[in-house]
Design a protein around this ligand. Sequence first.
Ligand code: ADP
Length: 634
Amino acid sequence: GFGSDVDVEFDADIADEEDDLLGGLKIESTDDIKVPEKLVDQVIGQDHAQEIVRKAAKQRRHILMIGSPGTGKSMLAKAMTQLLPNEDLQDVLIYHNPDDGNEPKVRTVPSGKGEQIVDAHKEEARKRNTMRTILMWLIIIVILGYSLFIGNILLGIIAAAIIYLAFKYANRGSDAMVPNLLINNADRTTAPFEDVTGAHAGALLGDVRHDPFQSGGMETPSHDRVEAGGIHKAHRGVLFIDEINTLDVRSQQHLMTAIQEGEFAITGQSERSSGAMVQTEPVPTDFIMVAAGNRDALENMHPALRSRIKGYGYEVFFDDTIEDEPEMRRKYARFIAQEVDRDGRLPHFTRQAIEEVILEAKRRSGRKGHLTLEFRNLGGLVRVAGDIARAEDAEFTTRQHVLDAKDRSRSIEQQLADTFIERYSDYDISMNEGGVVGRVNGLAVMGGDSGIVKPIMAEVTQGHGEVIATGKLQEIAQESVQNVSAIIKKFTNKDINEMDVHIQFLQSYEGVEGDSASVSIATAVISALEEIPIDQNVAMTGSLSVRGDVLPVGGVTHKIEAAAKSDIDTVIIPKSNEQDVMIEDEYKEQVEVVPVSHISEVLEIALVGEPEKDGLVDRLKNITTALDREHQVP
Ligand code: ADP
């Protein structure tokens, strides 16, 4: 029941347990959680953005929202409309202009009035047409009677037909007097929200439809062909534009004009259309613009538009993660309740199911002690889990449903990576036994959330210091080799400038970020140079500095899991990534994670066969300390 619902923010019905996954929430299922009515109160995290939205709604200011997808930008923009007054909404009517048919007139009236005006015009036109029709039939009857009388029925029929057509034409003329209700806010209870993300010019700025019959009484009057754009529909409400940087320059300029003038005339957007001859009087466009995008958006945005927002509005950054605290966990439980509520068909989640989702939120944050704020993806997991439960006719969505959903809702990349792993373990390409010279099991991330083992082979031949690599990774390979060349030169007697290094990426495919491969590349090259085999039971990831320091990389959790799935026993990761490791329990026993901070540690673990290896690692340590001393400023 509603009365017993728990309000996660204020309710006293919570125990004070720090390590309780639900933050001490005493509930049986999400059914017991009260979902706030206002959208703005449903937003989780992003406190700063919430505050800005409230302020901007009061002051009618524009907002630029920057942040990752699915963190609540459009949700907050929509929430803003519930904070705006809805009493002063307007309807917009487009009238035929008797002086110039190509310049339709524009009238704004209080919302609800528009329908009444159109109805009154229609009624009037109907009456007039009825009168005319009666008159017409009277005349036709008289003519036909007369033609019978004079005995020339054919002439009578021709005359009647001419009169019929003349009247029809006149009636069309009076239909044309009925205004076009361009914007109708009669049934609106909140200020409008218009999402024009990716909209073409017509949808954004309005359009006048083409008329194939431009004369002869068959044409649709121009005012009837006028269509509103998002900027007009958003009048006194919110215009939301995601991916603002992808909006073409011309549209951004028009948008600027609409913002500056508060009105924008509608014209046909397609130059060759007859609509392009038509231009209305200005139509009001007094909206609040909420523009959104990721970090790149800032660079590609029209500078004038950006400075407009800066000068007259707010810029706000959306966080990706938030600190994991009991109150936050309670809100995440409420998030599930919100999504169940919104969908309307999903069974409520049990305590254990909620806990599993919160664990997943921890895991996806990629940071110790944090929860992910990428709620769209998390919402996807909730819906898939709920759908599975619903398909089973279950009363509740349980932990098992969530686990199944995690399996099923894996991204295409993850599924692809799994097939790779299966396939290559069949064909023994991803080796996990013995030692091989010049071959290292690198680790990469595909599509942001799935790891894969990616073997790299290095070979050294006589040459001129060239680095030859396959595919798109040429540049990265070159850089990695250059980075370690100082170290290599010092500890091998071989000058790398007198050799060619060939690097081959097995299972090469698109979309692999390469910087995290530099430790792997360096290891493979050193192994090839010194002809010391690499343990194939080891996989590694890490970026490398010129001095051999192992620097942090992204996606360590996914990478470790990929290695575990490929039956690799040891994974080397950068020490500074240690706190990002959040592997699932099932993998914890399968794989040993070794954090390192220097390439010499990598070699110590990865290379096999004493004493060459020990000699090498010792030399390497000496050399790099020497390098350190050289670099020190006296
Ligand atoms: P964005 O515009 O940042 O890409 P959206 O606002 O469209 O993301 O988010 C998609 C959905 O994810 C929302 O409709 C909502 O269900 C959920 N969601 C996103 N962010 C939040 C949040 N901060 N709090 C609660 N739910 C959220």
